[in-house]
Design a protein around this ligand. Structure first.
Ligand SMILES: *Cc1c(COP(=O)(O)O)cnc(C)c1O
Length: 223
C-alpha cells in the first residue's frame, strides 16, 4: 500500500493547477497498477519501447507522457498514443514528431526542454537556443505538433538556492515565450519541472507539472 499512500499524500499536498506526473520508468506493471488504483492517471516513462509495452497492458484512460531523450527512430512506437512529449530540444525533432503524428492523424503536444542546470549534458536547448528556434524556425507550419510549454531539470545539488534560481529563470523564460509567441494560445500553459528532491521549490516558482518517481515508487530497480 506504500505507493497508494504516497500518491494520496502528494495529491493532498499539490496546490490547484499543479499536476502530478508519476515517473514510472523501470517500475513493474504491478507498481503502476497500484498507482492507477489509487487514482493516478498520468504516467511518465523515459524509454519509448518500455512505455509502449506498459501502455499495451494497462487501462486505456492513462495519459502517457514521454520524459526521456527522444530517439527519432523510435517515435513510431509512441506516435499513436503518447499524450505529451516533454523533452523536445531541436526543430529537427519537432519535424520528426510532426511527421509521425500526421500518419496517425493526431496533433501531439510537446514541451521544449531547456538546459538550465549546472551539469554538463548534451540535452536541452540553452535559453538562447530556445529564443533562436522560436524566432527563426517555421515551427508554426508543423500542424501536427503543438508546443504547450517548457520543461527543465534543476541541478542535482544540495544547494536549493541554486535550484530555486534555475526555476525562477525558467519562469521568466516561460513568461517571455508566452508573451512573444503564444499570447493568443491558452494551451501554452505548462511548465514541467520539479522531481522528488526539489518539487516543493519548483511549485513555489511556478511549476504546473511535477515529475515524481522515487518518492512514489521507492528506489528504481535497474536492469
Ligand atoms: C527519473 C526522472 C524523474 C523522476 O525523478 P525522481 O527523483 O525519482 O523523482 C523526473 N524527470 C525526469 C526527466 C526523469 O528522468
Amino acid at each position: 500500500m506504500y505507493i497508494a499512500e504516497q500518491i494520496k499524500r502528494l495529491r493532498g499536498e499539490l496546490p490547484e493547477g499543479v499536476s502530478l506526473l508519476a515517473i514510472s520508468k523501470y517500475q513493474p506493471i504491478e507498481a503502476l497498477q497500484e498507482a492507477y488504483d489509487a487514482g493516478q492517471r498520468m504516467f511518465g516513462e523515459n524509454h519509448i519501447q518500455e512505455m509502449a509495452a506498459k501502455a499495451a497492458v494497462l487501462p486505456k484512460d492513462i495519459a502517457w507522457h514521454f520524459t526521456g531523450h527522444v530517439q527519432t527512430n523510435k517515435i513510431k512506437y509512441m506516435a499513436s498514443f503518447v499524450s505529451l512529449i516533454h523533452a523536445v530540444d531541436s526543430f529537427r525533432l519537432l519535424c520528426e514528431i510532426n511527421k509521425h503524428a500526421a500518419k496517425h492523424d493526431r496533433i501531439i503536444d510537446c514541451l521544449l526542454q531547456i538546459h538550465i542546470a549546472q551539469e554538463d549534458t548534451k540535452y536541452g536547448l540553452t535559453v538562447e537556443e530556445c529564443r533562436e528556434l522560436l524566432a527563426t524556425e517555421p515551427w508554426r507550419e508543423l500542424t501536427n505538433v503543438h508546443i504547450v510549454g517548457l520543461m527543465a531539470m534543476g541541478s542535482n545539488t544540495d544547494d536549493m538556492e541554486q535550484v530555486r534560481g534555475e526555476f525562477r529563470q525558467m519562469k521568466q523564460l516561460f513568461d517571455e515565450v508566452k508573451t512573444t509567441y503564444f499570447a493568443d494560445d491558452s494551451s501554452f500553459c505548462q511548465l514541467s519541472e520539479g522531481m522528488t528532491d526539489d518539487y516543493p521549490i519548483a511549485i513555489e516558482e511556478g511549476s504546473t507539472i511535477v515529475r515524481i518517481g522515487s518518492m512514489i515508487f521507492g528506489d528504481r530497480v535497474y536492469h
